[in-house]
Design a protein around this ligand. Sequence first.
Ligand code: ZN
Length: 245
Amino acid sequence: MTPWTITMLDTGTQTQDKGVMTYLTDMGQTIQIPVSVALVEGPEKILVDTSFLSIDRTWQIRRRKIARTPAQELVAALAAAGVRPEDISIVIHTHLHYDHAGNNHLFPRARFFVQREELRYALAPTSFDASAYFAPSLGITPDYLGTKFELLDGDAQITDGVRVITTPGHTPGHQSVLVDTAGGRYCITGDAVMWYENLEKMIPPGINTSMIDCMASLARIAREADHVLPSHEPKVFARQPARFP
Ligand SMILES: [Zn+2]
């Protein structure tokens, strides 16, 4: 087995209603959640998602309260883990929401992987979803545009010990990343599992395009992974650095 390790990087803090995380649950409770990027290290260095571009752009388009300290800038967070942007050879996008695909320009040497279905939907989503994708229908250019993508049509092996599985529901072309480590198989879930409570209580994410697909994806992740690392789970950072296994 290839000895991969995973370091979760905290690249920003969102303030939002708890019902956004767990569908129609504990609405009215305001919570703060991290915006995570996963650094996967082994024979090469892989990033899962690239966070949001900036606080200003998020406010202008999304009207979302989001914060980022200098240490949470993606380049700074990588540096704290001893990695330079040019060391990254692969970027895997779980999906193309603005807070997962805002900094692709930082990685000039990387190959970028996304599901074809996700790119297709991101470019022409329903009007309600447009701001979450910074979609062209709003008259703006999505931050990821200009990225040369390698498009996937379903489950795929990315490299030895790292593969993607389709986990639709939060978005139509969502995928999650399975990583084999010395401590078992980890799933970097993206927003298929926004935080542990989705899996613990089997509640779909509050933001979704199909509740039915969300439930099937939660079941698939529970079946295939020994451990999960959600995108927006504060408990992931209980250990510092947040390195797994
Ligand atoms: Zn999302």
